[in-house]
Design a binder for this molecule. Structure first.
Ligand code: ZN
Length: 115
Protein backbone atom coordinates (compact mmCIF):
# COMPACT_ATOMS: atom_id res chain seq x y z
CA UNK A 1 0.00 0.00 0.00
CA UNK A 2 2.92 2.34 0.63
CA UNK A 3 3.70 1.73 -3.03
CA UNK A 4 0.43 3.24 -4.11
CA UNK A 5 0.87 6.41 -6.08
CA UNK A 6 -1.76 8.57 -7.69
CA UNK A 7 -0.48 7.61 -11.15
CA UNK A 8 -0.33 3.84 -10.69
CA UNK A 9 -2.98 2.62 -8.26
CA UNK A 10 -5.45 0.35 -10.04
CA UNK A 11 -8.76 -1.35 -9.28
CA UNK A 12 -6.89 -4.59 -8.63
CA UNK A 13 -4.86 -2.92 -5.87
CA UNK A 14 -7.99 -1.57 -4.21
CA UNK A 15 -9.95 -4.82 -4.41
CA UNK A 16 -7.05 -6.71 -2.83
CA UNK A 17 -7.55 -4.70 0.35
CA UNK A 18 -11.05 -5.12 1.73
CA UNK A 19 -10.79 -2.10 4.01
CA UNK A 20 -10.07 0.40 1.28
CA UNK A 21 -12.70 2.28 -0.65
CA UNK A 22 -12.69 4.87 -3.40
CA UNK A 23 -14.75 8.00 -2.97
CA UNK A 24 -15.83 10.22 -5.84
CA UNK A 25 -16.46 13.91 -5.30
CA UNK A 26 -19.00 15.33 -7.68
CA UNK A 27 -18.86 19.10 -8.08
CA UNK A 28 -22.30 19.06 -9.70
CA UNK A 29 -24.13 17.23 -6.91
CA UNK A 30 -21.76 18.49 -4.23
CA UNK A 31 -21.81 14.99 -2.91
CA UNK A 32 -19.34 12.27 -2.21
CA UNK A 33 -20.21 8.77 -3.26
CA UNK A 34 -18.42 5.49 -3.13
CA UNK A 35 -17.14 4.01 -6.36
CA UNK A 36 -18.12 0.45 -7.19
CA UNK A 37 -14.57 -0.76 -7.53
CA UNK A 38 -15.63 -4.33 -8.35
CA UNK A 39 -17.50 -3.07 -11.38
CA UNK A 40 -14.44 -1.12 -12.52
CA UNK A 41 -12.17 -4.07 -11.75
CA UNK A 42 -14.29 -6.37 -13.87
CA UNK A 43 -13.34 -4.44 -16.98
CA UNK A 44 -10.28 -2.38 -16.22
CA UNK A 45 -8.55 -4.15 -13.36
CA UNK A 46 -5.06 -2.99 -14.21
CA UNK A 47 -5.69 0.45 -15.63
CA UNK A 48 -4.49 3.20 -13.30
CA UNK A 49 -7.60 4.75 -11.76
CA UNK A 50 -6.24 8.14 -12.74
CA UNK A 51 -6.73 7.31 -16.42
CA UNK A 52 -10.39 6.36 -16.11
CA UNK A 53 -13.07 8.61 -17.48
CA UNK A 54 -15.79 8.82 -14.86
CA UNK A 55 -19.11 10.52 -15.18
CA UNK A 56 -21.67 11.20 -12.48
CA UNK A 57 -24.83 9.17 -13.01
CA UNK A 58 -26.94 11.75 -11.21
CA UNK A 59 -25.98 15.05 -12.79
CA UNK A 60 -23.75 14.16 -15.73
CA UNK A 61 -20.66 16.04 -14.61
CA UNK A 62 -17.21 14.55 -14.94
CA UNK A 63 -15.51 14.46 -11.57
CA UNK A 64 -11.98 15.82 -11.40
CA UNK A 65 -10.64 13.84 -8.47
CA UNK A 66 -11.19 10.74 -6.37
CA UNK A 67 -10.03 9.78 -2.93
CA UNK A 68 -8.74 6.49 -1.61
CA UNK A 69 -9.76 5.92 1.98
CA UNK A 70 -9.23 3.27 4.60
CA UNK A 71 -12.35 2.38 6.52
CA UNK A 72 -11.14 2.86 10.04
CA UNK A 73 -13.34 3.75 12.96
CA UNK A 74 -14.51 6.20 14.07
CA UNK A 75 -13.72 7.93 10.83
CA UNK A 76 -12.17 7.01 7.53
CA UNK A 77 -8.53 7.74 6.95
CA UNK A 78 -7.60 9.34 3.69
CA UNK A 79 -4.77 7.54 1.95
CA UNK A 80 -4.47 9.28 -1.35
CA UNK A 81 -6.15 11.92 -3.49
CA UNK A 82 -6.00 11.26 -7.20
CA UNK A 83 -6.45 14.04 -9.71
CA UNK A 84 -8.12 12.38 -12.65
CA UNK A 85 -6.41 12.55 -16.00
CA UNK A 86 -8.49 10.37 -18.31
CA UNK A 87 -6.85 8.54 -21.17
CA UNK A 88 -9.65 9.71 -23.44
CA UNK A 89 -12.79 11.79 -23.28
CA UNK A 90 -16.30 11.17 -24.51
CA UNK A 91 -17.23 12.87 -27.71
CA UNK A 92 -18.80 16.16 -26.73
CA UNK A 93 -17.19 16.10 -23.31
CA UNK A 94 -16.72 19.86 -23.19
CA UNK A 95 -20.36 20.50 -24.06
CA UNK A 96 -21.61 17.84 -21.67
CA UNK A 97 -19.56 19.29 -18.87
CA UNK A 98 -20.70 22.83 -19.59
CA UNK A 99 -24.37 21.82 -19.69
CA UNK A 100 -24.11 19.73 -16.54
CA UNK A 101 -22.41 22.64 -14.80
CA UNK A 102 -25.14 25.03 -15.92
CA UNK A 103 -27.81 22.67 -14.57
CA UNK A 104 -25.93 22.35 -11.31
CA UNK A 105 -25.60 26.11 -10.91
CA UNK A 106 -29.33 26.48 -11.47
CA UNK A 107 -29.98 23.79 -8.86
CA UNK A 108 -27.69 25.41 -6.34
CA UNK A 109 -29.52 28.69 -6.76
CA UNK A 110 -32.86 27.12 -5.87
CA UNK A 111 -31.87 24.62 -3.17
CA UNK A 112 -30.03 24.93 0.07
CA UNK A 113 -26.94 22.84 0.59
CA UNK A 114 -27.92 19.52 2.11
CA UNK A 115 -25.07 19.41 4.59
ZN1 ZN B 1 -23.17 14.62 -9.81
Amino acid sequence: MTEWKDWNVSARDIVADGEVSVMIHCDGCRRVSSMNIWKVGGRLADAPLQRLRLRCGRCGMYPTSIEIERETLPRHTKILTIKLNPAFWDEGHETNQRQAKARAVKRWATTLPSD
